[in-house]
Design a protein around this ligand. Structure first.
Ligand code: URP
Ligand code: ZN
Ligand code: ZN
Length: 478
């Protein structure tokens, strides 16, 4: 087994930082030592196969992106990143594990959906991967099948209160699925938007000739998110299901989560980089020679970008500090402008929903450290440690300690990353939703289970390096 010593760096965890050397043997971390330590009288540097000099740099557990959609079928097309391209891009950005969503829709078997996702991912991934299960057709068969998922390492499922006719569940279906969540301990993940009401507003906007991408966000008003979040909380309260609300963007939805948490309910929430940095006003102002106002389609996602004037972005950062929101995932769901987003030219309802960010999450969140929005430790907690605990991987993932997988990122706070299509772009989309963003930091070296897969922007891994993560139940539940 190859041994590696990462020496001279500052090891950062969710609870603190320390100057320490990290010793890796094969796929695992075997020791975290005082800098320059000897082991059984041997100078470690000369005794190991590889030495990585991390002087002046942060040594952090690899990022975990717990919300991705490789190849998701949506709006007559499919998300453009495959497990190969998407996980390679993730690796470049310091993410060493993903949890993607297997899909079941009306009339399909849950097990078939999960098997299909295994077939898509096996042998393709650059990094380790797990699955949540989308249940888009809650019926008697689906309910029975859901009960078998935890034994297969799939311990969370996602329901949609949005997208009628696609993935939508009505309240009766949500209630029944939540009863499975209560009985099995699986986490219910919720897309909380009032889909039927949104569809009425969207139709009225189109009839008024308001067809540009910007109106996607007008139809999906914050009231739709607040109302659905409250309803999800109450159904979870009634059934006793643990609830995790995905891609939270409205400050009023956060207030609902905080209210429920303050009462002691097992309710959790994530936000995404787009809801911290981007806004509806910027989407309205977006225009290009190629696309005109349709340029705004690059940022069509659901929940939508919110108004900066109304203060949603500031509220998301605050909620991350106060722990009213516990995690940051990307909701990576990339579509090209050409042939994909352009399906919605003349009708925003037909624009496939989603933004690609898997490569930039660690950097974008580190920029929040630079600007003083979050601490260094909170950065690690939001992007790695809490995702590991929330989704039953902690100990193996999300921490630098003996026995953990050697998923490690050496991050240079004095480095720089310029984001853009011609600069740092390994995702399959034909544009970057983050074009022009400058980051005061850099992912230098990435180890996945002990193997250096990215070094100085060079990819040294191979497809098939990544393995399926059989997850346990959430470690936030007693
Ligand atoms: O716009 C989004 N979020 N697309 C992906 C599907 C979902 O709802 O997460
Ligand atoms: Zn969603
Ligand atoms: Zn999603």
């Amino acid at each position: 087994m190859a041994t590696t010593l990462i020496t001279g760096g500052t090891v950062v965890s969710a609870t603190g930082r320390a100057n320490a050397d990290v010793l890796v043997d094969g796929e695992r971390i075997v020791a975290v030592l005082e800098p320059g330590s000897e082991l059984l009288g041997t100078d470690l540097k000369s005794g190991v196969d590889t030495v990585i000099d991390a002087t002046g740099k942060y040594v952090i557990p690899g990022g975990i992106d717990a919300h991705t959609h490789m190849e998701l079928p949506f709006g007559g097309t499919a998300a453009i990143d495959t497990f190969e391209t998407g996980t390679r891009a993730a690796a470049h950005g310091g993410t060493t594990s993903i949890v993607d969503f297997a899909v079941q829709r009306y009339g399909e078997r849950v097990q078939d959906g999960l098997d299909a996702w295994h077939a898509k991912a096996a042998g393709e991934c650059a990094i380790d991967y797990g699955f949540h299960q989308i249940v888009g057709g809650v019926d008697a068969d689906a309910i029975e099948a859901m009960k078998t998922l935890p034994d297969q390492g799939v311990t969370s499922f996602k329901l949609f209160m949005a997208y009628p006719g696609v993935f939508y569940s009505d309240d009766a279906q949500v209630l029944k699925a939540m009863q499975v969540s209560r009985d099995t301990g699986m986490l219910t993940m919720m897309h909380a938007e009032n889909g039927p009401a949104i569809d009425v507003l969207a139709e009225q906007l189109i009839e008024e000739g308001k067809t540009d991408p910007y109106f996607h966000g007008i139809a999906r008003a914050w009231q739709m998110e607040e109302e659905a979040t409250h309803r999800a909380i109450m159904l979870a309260n009634l059934t006793g299901a643990p609830l995790y609300v995905v891609h939270v963007s409205a400050k009023q939805a956060v207030e609902q989560l905080a209210w429920a948490r303050d009462k002691g309910q097992n309710v959790f929430g994530e936000t995404c980089p787009q809801y911290l940095y981007l806004s509806l006003e910027e989407q309205l102002g977006a225009s290009s020679d190629e696309w005109g106002a349709f340029e705004g389609a690059k940022w069509v996602c659901s929940t939508p970008l919110r108004s900066r004037e109304e203060g949603h972005q500031d509220a998301m950062w605050q909620a991350l500090r106060t722990n009213d929101l516990q995690m940051v995932s990307t909701d990576h769901c990339p579509f090209c402008m050409k042939d994909q987003k352009e399906l919605g030219l003349g009708d925003f309802r037909k624009i496939p929903n989603g933004i690609g960010s898997i490569e930039h999450r660690m950097d974008l969140m580190y920029q929040g450290v630079v600007t003083g929005e979050i601490t260094l430790e909170r950065w690690v907690e939001l992007t790695s440690t809490t995702p590991a605990r929330m989704f039953g991987m902690y100990g193996q993932k999300g921490v630098i300690q003996p026995g953990a997988d050697a998923d490690i990122v050496v991050y240079d706070p004095n480095g720089h990353t310029s984001i853009g299509l011609d600069k740092t772009h390994h995702m399959a989309m034909d544009h970057s939703a983050w074009e022009g963003y400058e980051i005061d930091g850099h992912v230098d070296t990435v180890l996945s289970r002990g193997k250096v897969i990215v070094d100085d922007n060079a990819y040294l891994g191979a497809k098939g390096d990544g393995r399926f993560i059989k997850r346990g139940l959430s470690q936030y539940l007693v």
